[in-house]
Design a protein around this ligand. Structure first.
Ligand code: 5RP
Length: 231
């Protein structure tokens, strides 16, 4: 990506994130996503908290937890949370039907739990994330290490091309002590059907296909904000 495009994408991410934060109300339990777009939302929320907004954050990753605490946002543990009022997170790809691929940052499992607990699930993105069909971005999948080879076999039966994720020369390990594989399935005609097949695989903790887990996508493009929702 050229420097100009990168700057443009950062401006878009920040604008979308700020709009999403405007939906947060006093006393809300707020699910905090992971990634560079979610970071803009967390920073904006922190400013509002300093100004007196009363919320509790629930983090979707250790990194987000640390960031939110460092900025003064009161937090509660995901494992002790039974309800989230609103969550704000990023995505790697989305369609107008509100299907997503998430997990570029490797936080997909906790992100899915946060989204599943949320009443109002807002996704914030720059314009590069909107696609006609999911699948150019490989689907991140979190795998329990002991089941690695079994899960790879099952993914290959679904015609997936599987790549174990590495970071800085070492196998990438998630916050939950698991592996991530990035799987190319080609363009995905039926995300729901693929998600159901993936859900059947033992040892596959979570996959990055988010189907029926989004209330609204807020995307910024060329200085304008666009909202995609089902209603
Ligand atoms: C992390 C995610 C992120 O939301 C996704 O990768 C988008 O990241 P960014 O906002 O940095 O583009 O799913 O697991």
């Amino acid at each position: 990506m050229s420097e100009k495009k990168q700057n443009q994408s950062e401006i878009e991410k920040e604008a979308a994130a700020k709009m999403a934060v405007s939906f947060v109300k006093d006393n809300d339990i707020v699910g905090l996503g992971t990634g560079s777009t979610a970071k803009f939302a967390i920073e904006e929320l922190a400013k509002l908290v300093k100004g007196g907004l009363k919320i509790k954050g629930v983090a979707s990753s250790v990194h987000t937890e640390e960031l939110a605490i460092s900025l003064g946002i009161p937090m509660q543990e995901l494992g002790k949370t039974s309800h989230i009022d609103i969550s704000i997170d990023g995505a790697d790809e989305f369609t107008e039907t509100l299907d997503l691929i998430k997990g570029g940052g490797g936080a997909l499992f906790r992100e899915k739990i946060v989204a599943s607990l949320s009443n109002n699930r807002i996704i914030v993105t720059d314009s590069s994330k909107k696609v006609e069909k999911l699948g150019s971005f490989k689907v991140p999948i979190e795998v329990v290490p002991i089941a690695y080879q079994y899960v790879v076999n099952q993914l290959e039966k679904l015609n997936g091309i599987v790549k174990l994720r590495y970071k800085e020369g070492k196998i990438f390990i998630t916050d939950n002590h698991n592996y991530i594989v990035d799987v190319a399935f080609g363009l995905i005609d039926e995300p729901q059907k693929l998600a159901e097949s993936l859900n059947q695989i033992d040892g596959l903790l979570a996959h990055g296909l988010f189907v029926n887990l989004t209330s609204k996508v807020i995307m910024a493009k060329d200085g304008q904000l666009y909202t995609f929702s089902k209603d």
